[in-house]
Design a protein around this ligand. Structure first.
Ligand code: GAR
Length: 193
């Protein structure tokens, strides 16, 4: 059984979907992993309520220790974490942690990488850029995490059309629907590897 940690900084809608998916798999004795830990850098983030509501232990992390200390590797090891899912986690992952979880850490990005990736490209900013550029399609990218922001090997992309009258907000809804449809199943599949 893989022990999976979800790192998130925001509302936690993807974390919710992943937790629900693994709970459903567990009911059918079909789960290859457990969502064992939620890691969050914002004490007031919605994802911490998601953790509490689903009885998943949570770890609130601090900048200094994450970037200049051991990047919480000791704590992750103590919880036997062997796979990390970034679901709206907005701090760059330190190289030490990336090395410790080589090919065992994935991220979801709300656009079709390599377009609209990199520092500052998250959430609404991504969708605004897509609308401004009048792109005809957008979507999601699930990828392994490497030392370069939004760069690691792509595992899965799914697309949606951008209509002429779409706004950043309506596009965000389309992209979020894709995330919720594909991310939990992708995590479950990767947990079997
Ligand atoms: C998701 O849309 C995810 O793709 C995005 O943050 C959102 C988190 O939503 N991540 C990035 O932009 C990373 N660059 P959630 O908290 O509701 O799951």
């Amino acid at each position: 059984m893989k022990q999976i940690a979800i790192f998130a900084s925001g509302a936690g809608s993807n974390a919710t979907k992943i937790i629900e998916h693994f709970a459903a798999l567990k009911k059918n004795s079909d789960a290859a992993g457990t969502i064992a830990l939620i890691v969050c850098n914002k004490p007031d983030a919605g994802v911490l309520k998601v953790a509490a509501a689903n009885q998943v232990p949570a770890l609130v992390i601090e900048k200094e220790k994450f970037f200049r200390g051991n990047a919480y590797i000791d704590e992750l090891n103590a919880a036997n974490i062997d796979f990390i899912v970034l679901a709206g986690f907005l701090w760059k992952i330190p190289d030490t942690l990336i090395k410790a979880f080589h090919r065992k850490m994935i991220n979801i990005h709300p656009a079709l990488l390599p377009k609209y990736g990199g520092k500052g490209m998250y959430g609404q900013f991504v969708h605004e850029a897509v609308i401004t550029n009048k792109d005809k399609e957008s979507g999601i990218t699930i990828h392994y995490v490497d030392e370069v922001y939004d760069h690691g090997q792509i595992i899965l992309q799914a697309t949606c059309l951008v209509a002429d009258d779409d706004t950043a907000a309506t596009l965000a809804n389309k992209v979020q629907a894709l995330e919720h449809r594909h991310f939990p199943a992708a995590v479950a599949l990767l947990a079997t590897l």
